[in-house]
Design a protein around this ligand. Structure first.
Ligand code: FES
Ligand code: FES
Length: 102
């Protein structure tokens, strides 16, 4: 039931809630409580800030309807990187160890 005591089905029909599969703006999902260590080629990437992508840690478009947008970042030369899976890093897209406090 909705906060207004309207069955969710009717609330969706009325457009009171987001459509099925969409999520209101909320906290990001901690897809993983640790970094994704990935080998990256030099180039541009789109980090998933919402945590809902099925292609972690990269955006797959699943943020649609959440208010989140992917974060573009550039890797200058081929290297391994630890990308934040918990979404608590203060240095996204990179892990800064904040997952240890979760
Ligand atoms: Fe998020 Fe390390 S995985 S800070
Ligand atoms: Fe998470 Fe795009 S799927 S930001």
């Amino acid at each position: 039931m909705s906060p207004w005591n309207i069955p969710e089905h009717y609330a969706m029909v009325l457009g009171v809630f987001n459509k099925p599969g969409e999520h209101p703006m909320s906290d990001p999902v901690a897809a993983k409580k640790g970094p994704y260590v990935v080998a990256l080629k030099a180039g541009d990437y789109f980090y998933c800030t919402c945590g809902r992508s099925a292609s972690q840690p990269f955006c797959d478009g699943s943020h649609k309807g959440t208010g989140f947008t992917p974060r573009k970042f550039t890797i200058e030369e081929d290297r391994k990187a630890g990308l934040c899976g918990c979404r608590a890093s203060g240095n996204q897209p990179f892990c800064d160890g904040s997952h240890k406090d979760l």
